[in-house]
Design a protein around this ligand. Structure first.
Ligand SMILES: [Zn+2]
Ligand SMILES: [Zn+2]
Length: 146
């Protein structure tokens, strides 16, 4: 069992260490994630207590909605993580999986906003397929997420 995983942005200014990394990734096909990443946002979902971040002075935040921010490296532009900002929201990091040095052995668990996924972006594997309406129905009201 892997107990620690490391990653970094393209230029290396931001370095990330995740303890007890999940062995599954999730993908979001919403329009904001598509524009932010170029394809889809594929994340490792990590509780705040399990992440260590070096180079925080290079981290920039884009407030993408009333309830979430998207952080990126101010030097190289790499997408870093998505976080909910509402005071009551979980403080988890939805960390861009592509930052990690080694993604071997991980599987794709869930794809959300599948009804927004362009036909050209089919992913392999039997991930659970969740549409926008199905995803919003899973959230506790009145939260919304994109
Ligand atoms: Zn960078
Ligand atoms: Zn999204």
């Amino acid at each position: 069992m892997v107990t620690e995983a490391t990653g970094q942005c393209l230029c290396g200014a931001v370095r990330i260490t995740v303890s007890h990394p999940p062995q599954e990734v999730n993908a979001c096909h919403c329009g904001m994630c598509r524009r932010w990443t170029g394809v889809a946002l594929v994340t490792l979902d990590v509780p705040e207590a399990n992440i260590r971040i070096e180079g925080r002075n290079a981290v920039r935040s884009y407030v993408s909605s009333d309830w979430a921010e998207r952080c990126f490296c101010g030097q190289c532009g790499s997408s870093l993580w998505y976080r909910l900002t509402a005071p009551a929201a979980p403080r988890d990091y939805y960390l861009a999986a592509g930052l990690m040095d080694d993604l071997s052995g991980m599987s794709l668990a869930n794809e959300i906003y599948t009804d927004h996924r362009p036909g050209a972006f089919a992913f392999a594997g039997p991930a659970k397929q969740i549409t926008e309406a199905e995803f919003l129905a899973m959230l506790p009201p009145p939260a919304q997420e994109e």
